[in-house]
Design a protein around this ligand. Structure first.
Ligand SMILES: [Zn+2]
Length: 56
């Protein structure tokens, strides 16, 4: 799904496959799954499980 592995926006660690993450993104205005995929690559910000827990 991603050309480069996504990174945690807090600690910069690479997100591993199957890892639990918190995803933050603006919801796209236009619809369509293909567009959402492209949109995710540009807009999605991940927070790894450890960082999302330490925030709370
Ligand atoms: Zn993190």
């Amino acid at each position: 799904m991603f050309d480069e592995p996504p990174k945690c926006q807090v600690c910069g660690r690479k997100i591993e496959g199957g890892e639990l993450v918190e995803l933050q993104m603006r919801y796209p205005k236009r619809k369509g799954f293909a567009e959402v995929k492209a949109y995710l690559k540009l807009e999605a910000k991940f927070t790894c499980d450890a960082c999302s827990k330490s925030k709370k």
